[in-house]
Design a protein around this ligand. Structure first.
Ligand code: ATM
Length: 234
């Protein structure tokens, strides 16, 4: 246990390669995007499709997915006036991540499962980093410790105009994060776009326009490409 924490810290300091691919067998797919982009609809549709195709598969979300995560989610999203700074948010999201990686994601990947998560580390860089202006290097260090270096194999970034997304999301009610001002949400979207340019091999931007089946087809296309590589013996 202590050795694992030490390894994570050393990875964070750059002593080890970032990827943990060597020690996992499954495939890790994440969905990202600003509010109202249709992330949960599309991740669930993909989950059903892959499940019907016979894959061992797990769907989860962040913050959430564990008892700790779901409890902290209520604190983070409750709009009833708890003060939480951007820095405190960072620690709360990363605490949930440490738990879900250890409790849910790594064990499933070790069994060879496909894991689909609604949000993961890119959300922290985009929301707390670009949106909340918390130092990106600090996030990188903390996130590597929380994830023990786990990076998704594929990230689907569902991209929608910020205002249109918020308009759609607000139909369902407004949570604490959605209450942040529009400039915050615009920085989040541009943060996501920066990340997709920084990691073009992993983050695939899918424009949210047209009907749900059209968008889902684009997502499945990206997933099939990764699945082909995944099936190939290493
Ligand atoms: P969902 O939209 O996926 O339910 O996520 C809840 C919020 O948590 C979402 N807020 N808005 N608006 C994004 C936010 N979030 C972060 O700010 N940082 C993170 O690291 C994660 C995982 C989520």
């Amino acid at each position: 246990m202590a050795q694992r924490a030490l390894k994570a810290l050393r990875q964070a300091q750059g002593f080890y390669p970032e990827r943990s691919r060597r020690i996992k067998k499954g495939l890790f797919i994440t969905f990202e995007g600003v509010e109202g982009c249709g992330k949960s609809t599309h991740s669930k549709l993909l989950f059903e499709y892959l499940k019907k195709s016979g894959y061992l598969i797990l769907h989860t979300r962040e913050p959430g997915g564990t008892k700790l995560g779901e409890s902290v989610r209520r604190v983070l999203l409750d709009s009833s006036g708890i003060l939480i700074s951007d820095l405190a948010e960072l620690f709360l999201f990363e605490a949930c991540r440490a738990e879900i990686v250890k409790e849910i994601i790594m064990p499933a990947l070790d069994k060879g499962s496909i894991v689909i998560s609604d949000r993961f580390s890119d959300a922290t860089f985009s929301y707390q980093g670009y949106g909340g202006r918390v130092d990106l290097e600090a996030i990188k260090t903390l996130d590597r410790v929380a994830t023990t270096g786990l990076v998704p194999d594929l990230t689907i970034l569902l991209d929608i105009d910020t205002l249109e997304g918020l308009r759609r999301a607000r139909k369902k009610g407004i949570d604490r994060m959605e209450k942040k001002d529009i400039s915050y949400h615009k920085r989040v979207r541009s943060g996501y776009l920066k990340l997709s340019k920084q990691y073009p091999g992993r983050i695939k931007r899918v424009e949210v326009s047209g009907e749900i089946p059209e968008v889902q087809a684009k997502i499945r296309h990206e997933v099939e490409i990764v699945l082909q590589k995944f099936k190939r013996p290493r």
